[in-house]
Design a protein around this ligand. Structure first.
Ligand code: HQG
Length: 202
């Protein structure tokens, strides 16, 4: 895993004019960085379909590294199997657990995976996907600001332990791969959410 000075982007984040910062490298490098864990909860966000499948792209990597999070995402989707599109524009926060291959003790405890339901099966228009992205980020923000809204107790506990820290949402260039949305549309949607985002570019 390539090591990059992650701290460099924090200054950027503190500038209210710059809610989005970019960093070159693999998103998952922060799941092994102890320095990162000491600072705040490690929120890893990615775009998900509403069908309970992390079958391709970075979602598949999430599934391999954190199978317990996949199970929770999958169970959540199954609750909506009658009308999966009800999930559009929402976010699901799930913790990871000690049995996951990607779990590093001392860091894994602070990781939360944010599933952003930005498209049902990926065939919505780029504009629709960008719109659902904005709504999903707003839903995520609401949950981060009020952890009681989160169903999962362990996810709540991560946020309660890190109460006084500001949030930074780490993500790949979501929607820009399998969902084929021009990045500019997604970027605009992310900015509207008001959440600080750190985007990892390979
Ligand atoms: N380690 C890494 N670090 C940093 N960036 C990384 C990376 N690995 C890949 N990237 C980049 O991450 C961006 C997103 O590209 P992706 O194609 O993944 O996702 P998307 O958001 O367009 O679409 C979501 C649907 O993809 C899945 O597929 P299924 O429908 O399940 O088969 C899901 O479940 C959803 O449904 C692209 O820029 C990749 O270069």
């Amino acid at each position: 895993v390539q090591s990059v000075p992650l701290d460099k982007t924090f200054n950027n984040h503190n500038n209210p004019m710059s809610l989005i910062s970019y960093i070159k490298g693999d998103l998952f490098q922060i799941t092994i960085s102890a320095r990162e864990a000491a600072k705040r909860p490690i929120i890893l966000a990615h775009a998900c379909n509403c069908r309970g499948v992390w079958g391709g792209g970075i979602a598949y990597v999430f599934k391999q590294r954190f199978p317990s999070a996949f199970s929770q995402y999958n169970a959540h989707c199954n609750q909506y199997s009658v009308l999966p599109s009800k999930l559009l524009g929402t976010a699901l926060l799930v913790p990871v657990n000690g049995n996951d291959v990607g779990f590093v003790p001392g860091i894994g405890e602070d990781i939360l995976i944010a599933c952003l339901f930005t498209s049902d099966v990926g065939d919505d228009s780029p504009e629709e996907i960008a719109h659902y992205t904005e709504l999903a980020m707003l839903d995520l923000r609401k949950q981060l600001e009020n952890p009681k809204l989160i169903q999962d107790r362990r996810a709540q506990a991560v946020l309660q332990r890190n109460k006084d820290k500001d949030f930074l949402i780490n993500m790949p260039k979501i929607n820009a791969g399998i969902f084929a949305v021009p990045w500019g549309l997604t970027e605009k949607a992310l900015k509207k959410s008001g959440l600080g985002c750190r985007v990892f570019e390979l």
